[in-house]
Design a protein around this ligand. Sequence first.
Ligand code: ZN
Length: 132
Amino acid sequence: MDSLILTTEQLQTMIDHVEAESPLEACGLLSGKDSRVESVHFVQNQAQSPVRFVMDPKQQLDALEWIDSHDQELLAIFHSHPAGPETVSATDIAEAAYQVIHIILAGADRNWQARGFWIENGQAREVALQVV
Ligand code: ZN
């Protein structure tokens, strides 16, 4: 996937969530069709850590089942780096389990930036997030 299309409202929904959970990392899923996001799903960070995230398995499964039953596809996984960096970390690359876009929301002082990455074969390349 080369790009992802999301609305300013969806982006703000993600930012509000990661801001509320900061300084802990927060995470979630984006689903939709044809690279266009339709739904934002929050998943609890089981690790409860400022430098690491582990999706709560039950909430993740519930979200994936919801996506399936609403005829959508998993398009992206997002998580925050409250203290940076703005890019996926070596751990993120090593632990990437799904062939979807990985969105990093990095920020300090409520100034969150979102960037998207495609991870394959141990490499990450940036993909465009089109906010419409
Ligand atoms: Zn990360």
